[in-house]
Design a protein around this ligand. Structure first.
Ligand code: BTN
Length: 348
């Protein structure tokens, strides 16, 4: 279930905010903020340029870049620029407008395009980035899935986010952190869209039996100490169709809700729910998470599944989640086991 980093890193996390190479220029975020703040008026190009500290040519280039991502900006010759609609871009300033001083809004690092937000977050973790660092991208060129799969990361239509946690817990808590992330994602999807997703162990979200969200947990640890956990969360939000090879097993929130969905609202809800469930885990312990997980997943009890593990495939029936986060199953010959890793598929 866990993808464990190969190197145990032992740096003490620094409190200062870490910047990542090639991340979005903070002045683009300022540009977005300025346009949003002045949404009712045309903002002159020279005013934008002087307020964010770049040339007018740069302003024009960045406006073009935002337009290429679907942000509607009206250009009035000789006058300036005006936002037509609220931008659907996961810019830190837009997320912070909703989140304020939320613990998960203090160090948001945005990319227009990166290979994998998990790869970036793991690197930042090794460099000492603080708890609560969020890496988010409009597009991934090498999105990583569980068990070596690739995560389809269509530009501007999905949420590709990695959240760095530094839990005061032992590596044994990692499976429960994984369940916690699924629970938080499920709550976020339902509060932002009204869709009730099922959770397939350990943490795939399914709507109408197709996957809308996958979570890859990676970590660096020593024997008795977790240094960093990266929760990599991919949500199919506004895809209007899935590629042929995925269409039978994956869907998007938009395809299920039959309307376009605000990625900003879903991500804001996700960060809030993650913090809420993380605090619940720290204060009330594993059972608070596993019991809630059992209450909202149809996979917890009595589900006939095919499970693929390193030792092969088997048909089993689920009998609950144990306090460590493992999936309890019963084989047809009556044997019982707790699974800590594996790929689960429902059998009808
Ligand atoms: C799965 O296989 O279900 C897990 C998919 C996890 C995808 C997300 S997208 C954001 C983060 N960055 C990655 O490279 N992977 C995760």
């Amino acid at each position: 279930m866990l993808e464990i980093g190969t190197k145990a890193e032992s740096r003490i996390p620094s409190a200062e905010h870490t910047m990542a190479a090639d991340s979005t220029d903070r002045r683009i975020d300022k540009l977005i903020h300025l346009l949003v703040k002045n949404a009712t008026v045309v903002v002159p190009g020279p005013k934008i340029a002087s307020e964010i500290g770049v040339t007018r040519l740069k302003v024009w280039q960045w406006i073009e870049r935002l337009r290429s991502l679907g942000v509607q900006i009206r250009g009035v010759t000789g006058e300036g620029y005006q936002l037509v609609t609220v931008p659907e871009i996961l810019a830190p300033s837009l997320l912070r407008a909703d989140l304020g001083d939320h613990p998960m809004a203090r160090n948001i690092i945005h990319y227009f395009r990166t290979d994998s937000t998990n790869a970036v977050a793991m690197k930042l973790a090794a460099e000492g980035a603080p708890h609560g660092t969020v890496v988010v991208a409009e597009e991934q060129t090498a999105g990583r899935g569980r068990l070596g799969h690739v995560w389809y990361s269509e530009k501007s239509n999905g949420i590709y986010a990695s959240i760095l946690l530094r839990p005061p817990l032992s590596p044994a808590a990692a499976p429960v952190l994984t369940l916690m992330a699924g629970l938080a994602a499920q709550k976020a999807v339902s509060s932002a869209t009204g869709l009730m997703a099922d959770i397939r162990w350990p943490n795939d979200l399914l709507v109408n039996e197709k996957k809308v969200c996958g979570i890859l947990t990676e970590m660096t640890a020593e024997l008795d100490c977790l240094h960093a956990v990266v929760l990599g969360i991919g949500i199919n939000v506004n895809h209007s169709l899935m590629p042929a090879e995925l269409e039978n097993i994956a869907t998007s929130l938009r395809m299920e809700a039959h309307r376009s969905i605000s990625r900003v609202q879903v991500l804001v809800a996700l960060l809030r729910e993650l913090e809420r469930h993380y605090q619940l885990l720290l204060k009330s312990g594993n059972r608070a998470i596993t019991e809630r997980w059992e209450a909202v997943s149809s996979f917890a009890h009595g589900k006939r599944i095919r499970v693929a593990t390193a030792s092969g495939e088997a048909l089993v029936t689920t009998t609950g989640i144990d306090p460590s986060g493992a999936l309890k199953v019963q084989y047809d010959d009556g044997r019982r086991e707790s699974l800590v890793a594996g790929e689960v598929m429902e059998v009808k």
